[in-house]
Write a protein that binds this ligand. Structure first.
Ligand SMILES: C[S@@+](CC[C@H](N)C(=O)[O-])C[C@H]1O[C@@H](n2cnc3c(N)ncnc32)[C@H](O)[C@@H]1O
Length: 263
């Protein structure tokens, strides 16, 4: 998603579409609760963290605020300069957080001889729509884990938002759109890992996205964010179908994140 204009700020101080979306969903709150619980259950203490695709660090800050023992070292990777520049500001407000190592580049370009106790990759598209290179990315993620370390991969599970995206992105582009779900990540990891040593589980979270009917501007921004297309560029018949879809759901989408733990 590098370069996605719906993800990043345009520098005018207004909220990004992603930030607007977050105002109407408890997704990050629910997922950070579960993620913190999974980190807490890790046997390794003190622990080191690698957060891949950390954005502006808001989600990292949220789940770190819910763990009892902070990591001893924190490494974050973020390819967008715009977001990477915000990382020290966001994470600088976490009391007692150790020195932050920030890599402003893609995970594929990250070179290190360190290994980590916990690696978090939450909603990171890694290869955009090209799934072919994902096994290489996952193999690299696993190679950076310490012996007792765990990889915590957050991806969307089948839910209303997923169904909405698949239906309308397919209609808008004319090509069948398959979004990448947590089960797809599980399939790839099962394929590349050593079955005898591996233990994988998926925990699911429940959250809601509420479309504001009192605020048509924000409502439109959320739709644009989910479909990655400007409202003004959508054909009128598809706009009607979108409105109909959302009102049939009574302006509420149920959402599920899947957290895949690999250990
Ligand atoms: C949807 S945001 C998720 C941010 C945060 N992890 C969260 O869950 O709220 C995805 C982030 O992954 C980053 N990203 C995209 N491709 C990447 C790659 N190949 N390596 C590392 N990060 C990447 C994007 O720049 C973006 O900040």
């Amino acid at each position: 998603m590098t370069g996605n204009k719906f993800e990043y700020s345009i520098g005018d101080g207004t909220l990004t579409p992603f930030e607007t979306f977050l105002q109407y969903s408890d997704e990050k709150e629910q997922t950070s609760d579960k993620l913190a619980e999974l980190i807490e259950s890790s046997p390794v203490h003190p622990w080191s963290l690698l957060d891949v695709g950390a954005g502006d660090g808001s989600f990292t800050k949220l789940y770190l605020s819910k763990v009892n023992a902070l990591p001893q070292t924190v490494n974050v990777i973020e390819p967008s300069l715009d977001l990477a520049e915000k990382l020290p500001i966001t994470l600088g407000t976490v009391a007692d957080l150790p020195l932050l190592n920030i890599f402003n580049g893609s995970f594929q370009d990250y070179a290190t001889d360190r290994k980590f106790d916990v690696i978090v990759a939450s909603h990171v598209p890694f290869t955009g729509d090209n799934m072919q290179n994902l096994p290489d990315v996952y193999t690299k993620l696993l190679s950076l884990l310490n012996e007792d370390g765990r990889l915590l991969l957050v991806q969307r599970a089948a839910d209303d938002t997923h169904e909405f995206r698949e239906k309308f992105k397919t209609l808008l582009t004319g090509n069948k759109y398959d979004s990448f779900l947590v089960n797809d990540a599980l399939a790839i990891l099962s394929h590349i890992s050593d079955d005898n040593k591996t233990h994988m589980t998926i925990d699911y979270t429940n959250s809601e996205l509420i479309f504001p009917d009192h605020n048509p501007v924000d409502r439109t921004i959320i739709i644009e964010f989910l479909l990655n297309t400007q409202w003004g560029k959508m054909p009128d018949d598809i706009k009607l179908q979108i409105d109909d879809y959302i009102s049939r759901k009574a302006n509420r989408f149920t959402q599920h994140d899947g957290i895949l733990t690999y250990k």
